[in-house]
Design a protein around this ligand. Structure first.
Ligand SMILES: *[C@@H]1O[C@H](CO)[C@@H](O)[C@H](O)[C@H]1NC(C)=O
Ligand SMILES: *[C@@H]1O[C@H](CO)[C@@H](O)[C@H](O)[C@H]1NC(C)=O
Ligand SMILES: *[C@@H]1O[C@H](CO)[C@@H](O)[C@H](O)[C@H]1NC(C)=O
Ligand SMILES: *[C@@H]1O[C@H](CO)[C@@H](O)[C@H](O)[C@H]1NC(C)=O
Ligand SMILES: *[C@@H]1O[C@H](CO)[C@@H](O)[C@H](O)[C@H]1NC(C)=O
Length: 350
């Protein structure tokens, strides 16, 4: 179990840290132990050719050990402190704070400060390996887990909700309660926010850039984030190193709820953005084009018909007036019998 735990702890640490930085691994994996217990600290890091020695430091002071393993047999309060190691070709490791306790019950933890996505292992440990049963693990005073017998458990992928003070209780000859151990989970990057280059509503045919915005809060050489873009349940772009996605020519079918996801390469930390609603409108001109054409055509036709009528009326009017005159002549105006009535004449007539 310890070996498995050690492996679990080793992989993310090795994968996400600077390869030139030495790494300390504990065996058994606990950073807090009882007096008289054994602890092995292992140092891994690149060596110089011909020099395999490892330098160990306790509270910043070099100690005697020059091997990759620093063995603490029967721990005492003198072994309390901050351990670091360094190999010939590495920078000093991150510190490991080892605490040596004297108590009935000890909540052992694999690490006190972790980065989200990394595992955390807890163990409720009785003094002198005494059997403890009806074990309860608590986080911030609330029961987290129950075991009939002395046990340990691992949170494989921690997140910010795992921050807090942990303790355990269990039955021996009587009910014992451990001291609290504060655990800090550091945020690697905040949940992304999806942003669009244009604000909704968007007109059909426009180019829209979507960007999935977040930023790494911790320095991790070689750490890259991968981005996925979704519309509803549809995947638009999956696990790309680019935090941008382009809708080249927006169409009305592109309307919907968009969201994105940022993740580490190993997928241990996955965070999704809130949804962003995009609405794509059909172009104002598109439907009315034929409508406008028809409208102007109809107006034009009306005008044409109107003009034709006018022309006809103007041509017809004088002839009609001639008829009127002829009719009036017939009705017995002797005077004008021989004079053919012209338009002008007619107008002068009363
Ligand atoms: C190392 O420092 C801690 C306090 O940070 C102290 O309790 C401990 O005794 C020191 N260890 C040694 C060996 O000096
Ligand atoms: C080997 O490397 C260590 C650092 O890890 C250094 O302290 C030591 O002086 C080196 N020894 C030789 C012989 O170069
Ligand atoms: C954190 O992890 C727990 C499982 O260990 C899960 O139930 C919870 O939803 C996670 N919280 C967030 C914010 O991802
Ligand atoms: C969209 O992104 C491309 C390439 O990233 C860029 O050339 C273009 O100017 C962007 N357009 C808008 C409207 O932001
Ligand atoms: C990321 O997306 C771009 C264009 O969207 C594509 O050319 C590239 O191959 C993608 N990369 C991966 C790793 O999928």
């Amino acid at each position: 179990m310890w070996l498995l735990t050690a492996l679990l702890l080793w992989v993310p640490a090795g994968a996400q840290t600077d390869p030139a930085k030495a790494v300390i691994t504990l065996q058994p994996p606990w950073v807090n132990v009882f007096q008289e217990e054994n602890v092995n600290l292992w140092c891994e890091g690149p060596h110089l050719p011909g020099n395999t020695s490892t330098q160990w430091f306790l509270n910043g002071t070099a100690i005697q050990t020059l091997t990759p393993r620093h063995r603490i047999a029967a721990a005492s309060v003198n072994d309390n402190g901050e351990y670091r190691c360094q190999t010939g070709f590495s920078v000093p490791s991150d510190p490991v704070q080892l605490e040596v306790h004297r108590d009935w019950l000890l909540l052992q933890v694999s690490s006190r400060v972790i980065t989200e996505g990394e595992p955390l292992t807890l163990r409720c440990h009785g003094w002198n390996n005494k059997l403890v049963y009806n074990v309860l693990f608590y986080q911030n005073g609330k029961v987290l887990k129950y075991f009939i017998q002395n046990s340990e458990f691992t949170i494989l992928k921690t997140n910010l909700s795992h921050n807090g003070i942990y303790h355990c209780s269990g039955m021996g000859k009587q009910r014992f309660e451990s001291a609290g151990v504060p655990i800090t989970v550091k945020e690697l990057f905040p949940a992304p926010v999806l942003k669009a280059s244009l604000s909704s509503p968007i007109l059909e045919g426009q180019l829209v850039n979507l960007s999935c915005e977040t930023k790494l809060l911790l320095e991790r050489p070689g750490l890259r984030l991968y981005f996925s873009f979704y519309m509803g349940s549809k995947t638009l772009l999956s696990r790309n190193t680019s935090s941008e996605y382009q809708i080249l020519t927006a169409e009305r079918e592109d309307s919907g709820l968009y969201w994105c996801e940022a993740t580490t390469e190993d997928g241990n930390v996955i965070k999704r953005s809130p949804e962003l609603e995009l609405q794509v409108l059909g172009l104002q001109i598109q439907t009315p084009v034929w409508f406008h054409v028809l409208f102007y055509l109809a107006v034009g036709m009306l005008f044409l018909v109107d003009t034709i009528f006018h022309v006809i009326i103007y041509k017809e009017l004088p002839r009609k007036k001639k008829w009127n005159l002829e009719i009036s002549l017939d009705s017995g105006h002797e005077k004008r019998v021989n004079s053919y009535p012209s338009k002008e004449r007619y107008l002068e007539e009363p």
